[in-house]
Design a protein around this ligand. Sequence first.
Ligand code: KIV
Length: 271
Amino acid sequence: MRGSPGGPVNSILEFGQSLRGGRPIAVVAAYDVLQARAAAESQVDAILVGDSVAMVVHGHPSTVNATLEMMCMHTAAVRRGAPAMVVVADMPFMSFRTGPESAIRAAGALVQAGATAVKLEGVSGHEDVVSQLVGSGIPVMGHLGLTPQSVNLLGGHHLQGRTPETAGRIMEDARSLERLGVFACVLECVPAELAGRITAELSIPTIGIGAGAQTAGQVLVITDMLGMDGSFRPKFARRYLEGHSVVVSALNAFAQDVRGRRFPAKEEVLA
Ligand code: KIV
């Protein structure tokens, strides 16, 4: 149960304790009040309001379309649904690239919208931002490997760190994030062996997505795990429900009931 010993984490400090206790951390990327309420009733440790919201909820082709306004709105909705959970909000595209002052303003807006912590992609070139956010009392989660905000530079959403050189760079970035004081680091779409080496070396938890089984925790996007997009089935995302088929079947049942005049029934009519 939430708040009980051995239950889901209650603060970012417990991320580290979970790591030391050897209990893997379960994080879900979620975007609205009902998803957050379900997460709050579950054993999941934390909610990430990912900038994937731009793709998953708003139908954009990549996360570069997420705006600070969009992230604040979804963070606030998630916080209303999960008042006591750790909520991590993504810093959207370019919001941390225009210098520490504007980055702190953006992170402040996310925290005021309800985030416990912020997540930002990469580290090279914005080390000062990470250290000033942490120094300002805002917990920061790192994100390495496939960093979708750089999709145009990376040429697509592909596995990263396949060569010794790129793997070495990701390892070096992970060390750098740890030194700068991040409390955890997402590793997205990297070889399992590399994720395992980074996890073994860092004293902060790694949270994997498409990064194999050796990370300290795992994160999945809620709509992927619920199978809400019938046409999107990444290899790394286990489906716990065939949500799209369930919803289409329910809609068909409704349409047939309307056409057959079986809906509404007597007990569904307001007197
Ligand atoms: O935006 C997102 O959902 C994420 C996860 C995939 C880690 O960053």
